[in-house]
Design a binder for this molecule. Sequence first.
Ligand SMILES: Cc1ncc(C[n+]2csc(CCOP(=O)(O)OP(=O)(O)O)c2C)c(N)n1
Ligand SMILES: [Mg+2]
Length: 297
Amino acid sequence: MTLSSVEAAPTAAPEPGRVDRIRAAAYRIRHHALTMGEVQGQGYVGQALGAADMLASVYADQLTYRAEDPHWEGRDRFLLSTGHYAIGHYAALAEAGIVPVAELETYGSDDSRLPMSGMSTYTPGMEISGGSLGHGLTIAVGMALGLRLQGSASRVINFLSDGELDEGSTWEAAMGAHHHQLGNLTAMVDINALQADGATDTVLRTEPVTEKWESFGWYTQRVDGNDVGALLAAFDNIATRSAATGQPSVILCDTKVGRGVPLLETREKAHFMRIEEHEWQICREQLTAGYEGTASA
Ligand SMILES: Cc1ncc(C[n+]2csc(CCOP(=O)(O)OP(=O)(O)O)c2C)c(N)n1
Ligand SMILES: [Mg+2]
């Protein structure tokens, strides 16, 4: 498990049973993403595979929700800023029982509730329409403040991408969250080192990203975002820390595009990954072999 923090991590490693349960959820999320990708012959599959451990940690461990009542007032809110990651989010919503697994096959089709970019009016459990990057954290700040004013115990978790850190509005929101001491707000940033025009450090360098968030007043942890144990430990630290300090928290997650499928992990990194017709089955087989190999290790 790797976890680095600006401050020493106070919590012990999560128990193995909990880690195994979330790893199994992440495996199913990856499987669902491949199903949807194959239906359309395309989609942001590389991102979904990379973010699956983050999404599993959120949906299978952290969020309070009622699958049969996605608008239940007492729910925690998960906001997907990056609309193009919808394929991963739908997979997580299916894992959570909010979207039927059978419905995943409609992904991206006319009249589907699962359009290729996430839209709140179409999909149960999709809190915002996030395709225009840089808006998610601003909405999350307003929501977290509103919930606190209402005396609600609900949390807000916002999923951002590293490319989204290019947006000035993200940093305005970060200042606002600190100003209002929104301990009920957590941001998760998928640092896959990639964005639409190429590698993040060649388009617009965001490093040193840990120090940036820390200087904006956030409780900041940087983890291997494909290490479920590290993700859970980071959430445990937040539960202890933000309850005591009221500080907003961010988990910076270094992930690998295509994680879990060697064919895609080793392919040249691309914002939009082409997968040929005959490769989908190979992807599924590699995913299962890799999961079973590490599960029994
Ligand atoms: C405000 C805004 N500007 C530009 C775009 C076009 N766009 C779509 S995805 C994307 C890349 C964003 O970076 P990231 O999410 O890190 O890319 P990935 O890791 O998925 O390759 C861009 C620039 C957009 N959706 N919204
Ligand atoms: Mg990226």
